[in-house]
Design a protein around this ligand. Structure first.
Ligand SMILES: *Cc1c(COP(=O)(O)O)cnc(C)c1O
Length: 481
């Protein structure tokens, strides 16, 4: 099985090479040339770890010992051994993806990526260290640090905007332990940090360095593929609960930023899982809602700051993979991406839009509706959700109201409510005084929902990474590592 770029059919690389490279040389994203035959019913019978190993072996066949890699990635690191539990809430099911070591859904993928990357290095005979370079607006940085710290042969460096992440998120990163980690604040906003990282990648090309640069974001197929497992897990949980029988279709509503999470749902469907409609949920940054309704993607608009910051994004990289999968036309995709880069917008052919709309719908929700939902879901069902999950809930409600489709609906929950204590506390009518840690305590007292251990233990932990640098100094910082 070979992979090639979404923007050209050649060159073809094996799956280990695709994981190692991350981005294809022409700037496109790696996808398998064809999807492997997969026994999806058999996959439903095992534990979450077994499901993960089967899926990853099918998609990344050149990486050996998958069950062992999965065991190392997950055993003992999540709150529950099923990794991503499902909770019935009213007429919906909430799929909790935030039970990992940093209380964000990115843990599912970023626990696995280091194992895949180091195994791919061995397969390809790469001996130099890999330096993972990441700019973060909050969640990715910590999840990547937790996944990569003390992994042999890998180092990791995370830049975050000074004053641009929450108190809890900052505390999570600056207290990170591990001999191979560097964390540094950059004077500027997230875009400055992100641009700085891109410039470092460009500047380092052709330089003789003691390491190979790589990235931890969802452009890497090794980060995307581990996310397929939880769609199978949720399906199996619905069967076990007697809510569906084998073969019945299930809908999923997915809080979306870079389009990785929801695309994993489509990959699950390509592997055979009876996935019904995939509902793409956005916040006030509703680029994807507009696209899925009209076929025009237009990033020429201001980026709004919302209470669901992990979805504050204007360019959703993984959408490119969907365009390729549904058109099979690398030339078309390459042209559209060029247009997006040069002109800030593109429109897909009507026939492609129709194919997309058979599979995906979209809706968005602003902060005030998100707060209304957090309050209502808590009052009606005693279930506390975070602002990203509230957007997923809103889109699920909109979809049912607009279509009358009442197949079972799973809402993916991407963060613990304790990662966003101010927004959640205010939504349930609590008092916002004090630090975010005071707010967490108050939220726990008001709701009785326990604070995840990793967040509760942050306050008072020693700060190890307190550096702040101007954005011009980022390259020098990396070269000095
Ligand atoms: C990253 C993230 C998302 C968006 O996921 P994508 O795969 O980028 O679409 C949603 N919610 C939270 C809490 C996240 O951290």
């Amino acid at each position: 099985m070979f992979y090639h770029s979404t923007r050209s059919p050649l060159p073809q690389v094996d799956s280990a090479q695709a994981v190692l490279e991350g981005l294809a040389p022409d700037g496109g994203l790696y996808m398998p040339q064809q999807f492997p035959a997969f026994d999806w019913k058999d996959c439903l019978t095992g534990s979450s770890q077994e499901m993960s190993a089967k899926i990853l072996s099918a998609l990344l066949p050149d990486i050996p010992d998958m069950p062992e890699l999965v065991r190392r990635a997950y055993t003992g690191k999540f709150e529950t051994e099923d990794l991503t539990p499902s909770v019935p809430v009213g007429d919906k099911t909430v799929l909790e993806l935030f039970r990992g070591p940093t209380s964000a859904f990115k843990d599912v993928a970023l626990s696995m990526l280091p194992q895949l990357l180091t195994a791919a290095k061995t397969v390809k005979g790469v001996t130099e260290d890999i330096l993972i370079l990441t700019a973060t607006s909050g969640d990715t940085g910590k999840a990547a640090l937790e996944g990569f710290h003390d992994v042999p042969g890998v180092r990791i460096c995370v830049f975050y905007p000074h004053g641009g992440v929450s108190q809890v998120q900052r505390a999570q990163m600056v207290t990170q332990e591990g001999a191979n980690v560097a964390v540094c604040a950059v004077e500027g906003n997230f875009d400055d940090a992100q641009t700085g990282v891109k410039n470092i990648f460009a500047a380092c090309q052709g330089m003789a360095l003691p390491f190979r640069l790589s990235s931890a974001n969802s452009i890497n197929i090794g980060r995307l593929a581990p996310q397929i497992m939880y769609y199978f897990r949720a399906y199996r949980d619905l069967m076990d609960a007697g809510r569906i029988s084998l073969g019945q279709e299930v809908n999923f509503s997915v809080p979306t930023g870079n389009f990785g999470d929801i695309l994993a749902g489509y990959l699950a469907k390509l592997l055979g899982l009876p996935v019904g409609m995939l509902v793409c949920a956005s916040n006030a940054n509703n680029v994807l809602t507009d696209f899925l309704r009209t076929g025009t993607y237009d990033r020429r608009r201001p980026l709004l700051k919302t209470t669901s910051p992990s979805m504050d994004i204007l360019v959703s990289s993984n959408l490119e993979r969907l365009l390729y999968l549904l058109s099979g036309d690398t030339e078309l995709v390459s042209g559209l991406m060029e247009q997006l880069k040069e002109q800030g917008h593109y429109t897909v052919p009507q026939s492609l839009l129709e194919k997309i709309r058979e599979l995906f719908r979209a809706s968005y929700c602003d902060d005030s509706r998100g707060a209304e939902i957090i309050g209502r879901v808590f009052r009606d069902y005693g279930y506390l959700c975070d602002p990203h999950t509230a957007a997923g809930w809103a889109a699920a409600e909109d979809y049912a109201a607009q279509t009358g489709d009442h197949r079972p609906m799973v809402v993916l929950s991407t963060a613990s409510p304790y990662k966003f204590p101010a927004a959640v506390l205010s939504a349930i009518g609590g008092d916002l005084s004090g630090s975010e840690f005071d707010q967490m305590g108050r939220l726990a007292r008001l709701t009785g929902v326990p604070i995840p251990g990793n967040l509760a233990s942050l306050e008072g932990k020693p700060e190890r990474h307190t550096g702040v640098i101007p954005k011009e100094d980022m390259l020098g910082y990396v070269l000095g590592l």
